[in-house]
Design a protein around this ligand. Sequence first.
Ligand SMILES: Cc1cc2nc3c(=O)[nH]c(=O)nc-3n(C[C@H](O)[C@H](O)[C@H](O)COP(=O)(O)OP(=O)(O)OC[C@H]3O[C@@H](n4cnc5c(N)ncnc54)[C@H](O)[C@@H]3O)c2cc1C
Length: 577
Amino acid sequence: MAQGPDRYDIAIIGSGISGSTLGAILARHGLKVIIFEAGSHPKFAIGESMILETSETMRAMAELFAVPELAYFSSENFIAQIGTSHGLKRHFSYLHHREGQPQDLARSLQAVIPQRPHGYELHIHRQDSDYFLTSVAVRYGATVLQGTPVQDITLRPDGVEILTSQGQTYAADYVVDAGGMRSLLAEKFGWRARDLRTHTRTIFTHMVDLPCYNQVGASHQEYGIPFPVSEGTLHHIFHGGWLWVIPFNNHPRATNPLVSVGLQLDPRIHPARPDLSPEQEFFAFIARFPSIAAQFREARAARPWARSDRLQYTATHVVGERCCLLGHAAGFIDPLYSKGLYTTLMSTALLAHLLLDAQRAGDYATARFMPLEELTLRFVAAHDRLVANSITSWSNDKLWEVYAVLWLTGAYLEYIKLLSTRGLSKSRDDYFATVAGLRMVGGGFAAFDELADRVDTLIEAVDPGDEAAVDRAVAEIRAAFAAVPWMPWAFQQVLAGSNHLPANKLRLSLLKQNTGFMGGGAYRKHFFGDASLAEVARFFVRESLTYSTAAQTIRKRLSFRRRRAAPAAARAPRVRS
Ligand SMILES: Cc1cc2nc3c(=O)[nH]c(=O)nc-3n(C[C@H](O)[C@H](O)[C@H](O)COP(=O)(O)OP(=O)(O)OC[C@H]3O[C@@H](n4cnc5c(N)ncnc54)[C@H](O)[C@@H]3O)c2cc1C
């Protein structure tokens, strides 16, 4: 096998969001990286709706690995850097529908995303983000071969050999398969597994002329929610499935007319219609829900429709000798709650950390990478249970009213833990020692995990069609929530019947003992350690300033001036980790 100058430290299959991000980090730290990409950028990719946890992971990567560009998709405050093709996400909105009936305004929920301290989230136009991140990898020194599918990989104790479909071979110390759902390594080694709870298939495209739902249905004021539903990710939910609406055209600076649309259906309830084209099947299905059909009356697809069989898969192994699966190559459940990119980017961050250490030690032993396998499989399993039980709960909205609060609480706690870990960690080792133990929801807080298990078990046991059993389960779930001293007050309001989280304002209630942001007791200890309220407030202010639009603009201008003045050879900065 090749040694010397033609040999790479790390070979990466795929320059989607995981491969390009990993490549950028490793190249930035001086590793010799080669990325093989079957297609060529810019190219369509799916996975557009960001969440707080994903954005926070991006900020952590940007800071811990000194790759500032990785934070560019973490909020609206970066639109000046990344362009106006991306949409704005102020909230998650859920409208519950019953077949054949107009949407009932009482069955709605708007989970407003906090604007402070980092700005609202984004709907990322993936052909732009993935091309940008691939360019960042190139800029830091990675070799990217586009239009170069990998055909085979040979693993040896001392390295790997990559064979491209053009017949060229490349040698590297380690290979990362970031090739997405059709992962070469997973197929070659028979690592695919599908024993999962969730069953959904999908039909999706990008559309134009899709109005805000509030223009065809009731206004957001009539719903009593803070924002029009088009200013965030809209979910139409119903028995056995859901439909996402992710606009890119939803803010004053937007230049992209597209709206992403995707229908997920449980094939056991809504069997596939191979007799219809994907477009015909989509419109035939939504015709059963008059309010959804009204929103789509004038809409037209801007690209061919995509239709899949069952979406869910996981892996029996994520890590092998001198190789691993990353992101979509390892597993995927469903777009619901936008946890896919969080799973993908958290595993990318952890893998970057492990690879930098392995390369420095000259030791790629499989055991070093087991934290990646454990984290990835824990995330996929947690998402599976969350999605499967959410879909069950949509069959009886009394269940959804309480299950939604479990989703909200789990996401909120995870975000708080990520943020506080970045704030409190003294080093990269410190940070990953904590986050490697997370399980995607709940921030590693044992009291949440117990609560979630209790609620999930109740949902799994109940027949949504049996109203008496549903009432008993709901009463038990409410009692379980009521017994939790740290349940945030805003979620208690939702449990009490509010159909939205409050729009962003700094409120004194955030400081409430136990149920406020800092809370007390075991909650406070777990999430904030020994930090005082003043220290947390200082961190909050620093974050607001560091990630403000003004700070980004100044930083960008200074960096541009520095680059203009620097000799060409100095323009691809490296750091030694
Ligand atoms: C329908 C759907 C909707 C989703 N919506 C959301 C959402 O709203 N929010 C969210 O957070 N997540 C979402 N996700 C998940 C999200 O798409 C993934 O987490 C993310 O795209 C995974 O990125 P990746 O880089 O691992 O894989 P991919 O984006 O799939 O990239 C894989 C790359 O590898 C290349 N490749 C493949 N095989 C080879 C080969 N043999 N040789 C060379 N190159 C190869 C491909 O061309 C591609 O560029 C969604 C997923 C699906 C399926």
